[in-house]
Design a protein around this ligand. Structure first.
Ligand SMILES: NC(=O)c1ccc[n+]([C@@H]2O[C@H](COP(=O)([O-])OP(=O)(O)OC[C@H]3O[C@@H](n4cnc5c(N)ncnc54)[C@H](OP(=O)(O)O)[C@@H]3O)[C@@H](O)[C@H]2O)c1
Length: 319
């Protein structure tokens, strides 16, 4: 009996593997719009899809990013300036895309642009710290998607949203987890809304990877800046050695978790864009698959105990 069950599971995996091999035809006629292509996953995806033959429209935040990408890719790639927090910039890009794609419509948009700092205990932050991240990571995703949705419906194409394991479990203060939960919610309602139009909506939930959004020196400099601004009363609650202990955790625990192999994420993004049968959700990274996602399914008292055991505690902690 046990062997039959194991055999059946193996057979299901083989079937799924085989089913997921197929790629869509006519890549050279398919336009893919990616946001946040200056660095990290977006930059690598733009280069990768360009070599695969797609017509990439790369939204870059900086002129430097735009220039470097143009130099590194074929002349099929179009690099445009894009700030996802600026409505005029989003509209201008959407108008250019409309002209470029013509009657074919847009095959896919990949909502990749994102920021992660400041990340710190919630009582260290003010509302502007939250708004800044929400503008880029959540409002930006919704605004960019809406700006090109009619073109995607025309192509019966795809929306690929880059969320995070932090859209499944919230362990750190600040707006990052809030925005990724929001992206998950937008992704799920959009997937259901768009299914009747033949539009697929796919979500990428990476674990921890080594890119600028997980840069420990930037993380630390934001922590120091926020610490300096704190009222003495709050500093006393946390204790003068809190920031040094927090830095040690960043160095010794978080840095060691960072996976340098960005292709794990980019391969999932490519699959979401190009596979005939894409997955609804992708969880690239061993930490995502075997640690963060299982932890997110645990009863709250277990996930709380785990997170609190590993967190640096304030001096006045009662735990
Ligand atoms: N790295 C991870 O471990 C990890 C894990 C889960 C999810 N993610 C998500 O993956 C996505 C890509 O991040 P990444 O890790 O590849 O880091 P990244 O290299 O910093 O990529 C983010 C990109 O977004 C751009 N950007 C920032 N603000 C923007 C704005 N207002 N308008 C347009 N573009 C803007 C950045 O440009 P500049 O470089 O010029 O600032 C950068 O190119 C993000 O959504 C992130 O939350 C990352």
């Amino acid at each position: 009996m046990f062997l039959y069950v194991v055999g059946l599971i193996v057979l299901l995996f083989v079937y799924r593997w085989f089913r997921e091999l197929g790629r869509v035809p006519n890549k050279s006629e398919k336009f893919v719009y990616i946001t946040g292509c200056d660095t990290g996953f977006g930059n690598l995806l733009a280069r990768h899809l360009d070599t695969k033959g797609f017509r990439v429209i790369a939204g870059c935040y900086t002129e430097k990013g735009e220039d470097e990408l143009k130099k590194a890719c074929s002349d099929k790639l179009t690099a445009l300036h894009l700030d996802v927090t600026d409505n005029d910039s989003i509209k201008k890009t959407a108008d250019t895309i409309k002209t470029l794609v013509g009657q074919k419509g847009l095959w896919a948009v990949v909502n990749n642009a994102g920021i992660s700092f400041p990340t710190a205990p919630n009582d260290w932050l003010d509302i502007e710290d939250f708004k800044q991240i929400i503008d880029v990571n959540l409002i930006g995703v919704v605004a960019v998607t809406l700006s090109v949705l009619p073109l995607i419906k025309k192509a019966k194409g795809r929306v690929v949203n880059v969320a995070s394991v932090f859209g499944r479990i919230s362990t750190v203060g600040g707006a990052y987890c809030i925005t990724k939960y929001g992206v998950e919610a937008f992704n799920d309602s959009l997937r259901r809304n768009m299914a009747p139009f033949g539009v697929k909506v796919l979500c990428i939930e990476p674990g921890f990877f080594k890119t600028p959004v997980t840069d420990s020196t930037v993380f630390e400099s934001h922590m120091e800046r926020l610490w300096k601004k704190l009222p003495q009363e709050v500093k006393d609650e946390y204790g003068s050695d809190f920031i040094d202990k927090a830095k040690l955790v960043i160095k010794e625990k978080i840095e060691k978790m960072l996976d340098p192999d960005l292709m794990k994420v980019v391969s999932c993004m490519e699959h979401a864009v190009a596979a005939v049968h894409p997955r609804t959700r992708y969880s690239p990274g061993w930490d995502a698959k075997f640690f963060w996602l299982p932890l997110s399914y645990m009863p709250t008292f277990i996930s709380d105990a785990f997170v609190l055991k590993n967190a640096v505690k304030p001096k006045v902690s009662v735990l």
